[in-house]
Design a binder for this molecule. Structure first.
Ligand SMILES: NC(=O)c1ccc[n+]([C@@H]2O[C@H](COP(=O)([O-])OP(=O)(O)OC[C@H]3O[C@@H](n4cnc5c(N)ncnc54)[C@H](O)[C@@H]3O)[C@@H](O)[C@H]2O)c1
Length: 334
């Protein structure tokens, strides 16, 4: 089957990282780039806290300086858009692109408010086009291994899950305004919250203690997700933009074993804490999520692994966490 043609809109930090993945995608190829900053369209490489994006041959791509210019030239030639613009533009541009007839993969967080999330869901429904939010951890082989241990029961029931994602303030100016980015609680902590909820479902209550930081919002957070039942796991997520180096990771304690991920390596230990061999390969989660989305589009299938309704639920819970932080860490029923 022919590969889909994709245009990437928002060629900044994560845009570069996405763009460099297309060379290895089976279902889709990158044909165009769009960014309102002409300087970005001249940069073949981006260096962010995720490391170097790798280099791209820009001469092979059609370049546009606005969405309007792009859509006028590419309607009917491009199948899907990979939307990597700042968060405050997600809903507006995703709705516009869906109504223009493009399938849309849009970056996380889905949007800044539930009303915006609902507008995106409605635009996809009305247009009949496919939409998915790029919650990349759902496509990570490492987090996939955690899911397999929880769902497959190899170490018995999950007793505790502690997830973290900390680092410095991101690279662009708009992150210094929580009204544009949502603060670390929505932008960064959401990754682990979304994964935990995709794994364990919506908790019955949630609480979050937070410190305000450079965004003016909650940029250092420690959250608890409460699940009902005497044997329910203890679940925490921690996030920060007030640290130096970027460090994601988790510890998952099971009845008869332990999984530990330090951002580089996933290790497993049995009940006596002896190492257990695992065969989890590297984590090109961005390439895997792009290819999964393109495959759904080609098959006319719903993106069941990351449905927009489920990413809306994660935004809803992150907004409740922000509310809890504003109330000094009070428990909030979900
Ligand atoms: N999945 C991940 O791991 C991950 C990592 C980083 C960022 N993100 C998310 O990706 C999004 C982008 O973040 P970033 O750090 O790459 O931002 P960035 O500021 O580095 O890049 C955004 C780019 O979009 C361009 N842009 C802005 N408005 C535009 C418009 N209307 N049309 C076209 N281009 C426009 C800007 O000029 C810029 O080049 C954010 O929502 C962020 O939360 C996700």
């Amino acid at each position: 089957m022919k590969k889909l043609a994709c245009a990437l809109v928002g060629f900044g930090g994560i845009g570069h990282h996405h763009a460099s993945r297309y060379a290895r995608c089976k279902n889709v190829r990158l044909v165009a780039l769009c960014d309102i900053d002409p300087a970005r369209l001249a940069e073949a490489e981006s260096k962010t806290n995720l490391g170097s994006s790798g280099t791209l041959d820009l001469a092979k791509l059609r370049l546009y300086k606005s969405y309007d210019e792009f859509a006028a030239a590419e309607k009917g030639r491009v199948d899907m858009i990979d939307l990597c613009v700042p968060t405050y533009e997600h809903a507006r541009l995703a709705c516009r692109a869906l109504r223009d007839g493009f399938h849309v993969l849009s970056e996380k967080p889905m949007a800044l408010s539930l009303a915006q999330c609902d507008a995106m869901i409605a635009a996809a429904k009305e247009s009949g086009r496919t939409h998915m939010v790029a919650q990349c951890l759902r496509f990570s082989p490492v987090y996939g291994a955690l899911r397999a241990f929880v769902e497959g029961g190899r170490f018995g029931a999950l007793r505790s899950l502690s997830m973290h994602r900390v680092g410095a303030m991101p690279w662009s100016k708009w992150y210094y305004d929580h009204r544009k980015c949502g603060g670390a609680v929505l932008d960064l902590q959401l990754h682990d919250l979304d994964f935990a909820v995709s794994l364990l479902g919506t908790p019955s209550a949630i609480r979050c203690e937070g410190l305000r930081g450079p965004s003016g919002g909650w940029d250092e957070t420690l959250s608890r997700l409460r699940y009902p039942g005497a044997k329910a796991p203890i679940v925490t997520t921690a996030a920060s933009w007030l640290r130096a180096a970027f460090k994601p990771g988790f510890e998952a304690v099971f009845e008869r074993g332990l999984l530990e991920y330090d951002g580089a390596e996933l290790r497993a230990f049995d009940a006596k804490r002896r190492p257990v061999k695992l065969a989890v390969k590297g984590a090109d989660m961005y390439g895997l999520e792009i290819d999964y989305f393109a495959d759904c589009v080609r098959r006319g299938a719903r993106p069941e692994r990351c449905r927009p309704e489920s990413t809306r639920e994660s935004v809803r819970l992150a907004l409740l966490q922000a509310r809890s932080a504003a109330r000094g860490g009070a428990w909030i029923r979900t």
